[in-house]
Ligand binder design. Structure first.
Ligand SMILES: C[S@@+](CC[C@H](N)C(=O)[O-])C[C@H]1O[C@@H](n2cnc3c(N)ncnc32)[C@H](O)[C@@H]1O
Length: 214
């Protein structure tokens, strides 16, 4: 069984927040100011951020390859939904939120179109190092020319702990995105706490980054 499927099944979902992400609220002006009509949330789990975004943006589209969080998202938030098949993916659809059940790498932009905005929290840090450039290229393919990505990464000494969440240093973000876009660091906070100290870490930086296409 896939490690994410197992995590969801066993309830090992420390990454899931019971409230809306505070960075999203704090930096939302970057996402909202250019009249975004359609936002993409890769590897969305059952994040409440989807709900918060749907109150401000007409269409919110997510994807996760585990079915459980998708079903739970609609049920726990009392949203009516139906399920359609789109190629080899399932699409869970409510009025303003749609979540694909399938692999992010199987999403084709000619089918779902492009987005003015992409919000990535706990997504790129869930992708193994060898696949991260492909992940970045694919995200960029889904972004319109005037689009913006809000990316939240974690940075720590990968010798002290092995992910996921993986450490994705700012230098790596610059490396994989710089050919496509302008990269701006908006905020950095050291979020080290007892949970991570027990795992052997002495520092855990969380960074918020804005990427716009060149
Ligand atoms: C760390 S969780 C983050 C969920 C969400 N972004 C949040 O903030 O709560 C990562 C999620 O990505 C999903 N996932 C991992 N690899 C994926 C892939 N290649 N395609 C689609 N979903 C994937 C996992 O099932 C998991 O729900």
């Amino acid at each position: 069984m896939d490690q994410w499927e197992l995590r969801w099944q066993e309830g090992r979902i420390g990454f899931h927040l019971s409230e809306v992400n505070s960075y999203l609220i704090r930096h939302s002006e970057h996402l909202l100011k250019q009249k975004v009509k359609k936002i993409f949330v890769p590897l969305c789990g059952k994040s409440l951020d989807l709900l918060w975004l749907s109150r401000r943006i007409k269409k919110v589209v997510g994807i996760d390859y585990v079915r459980q969080p998708i079903e739970e998202f609609f049920i726990e938030n009392n949203l009516k939904y139906n399920i359609q098949n789109v190629d080899q993916l399932e699409l869970f659809k409510s009025d303003s939120i749609e979540i694909y059940h399938g692999d992010f790498f199987d999403l084709k932009n000619h089918k779902i179109g492009q987005f003015n905005a992409i919000y990535d929290r706990a997504s790129i840090v869930a992708i193994e190092a060898e696949q991260r450039r492909k992940f970045a290229d694919h995200l960029i393919d889904l972004l319109t020319e005037d689009g913006i990505i809000l990316l939240i990464i974690l940075e720590y000494d990968q010798n002290q702990m092995y992910g996921p969440p993986y450490s994705v240093p700012f230098s790596e973000v610059k490396n994989i995105f710089s050919k496509h876009g302008n990269i701006q660091l908006l905020e950095t906070i050291d979020i080290i706490d007892e949970r991570f100290r027990k795992k052997g870490l002495d520092r855990m930086l969380e960074r918020v980054i804005k990427i716009t296409k060149k």
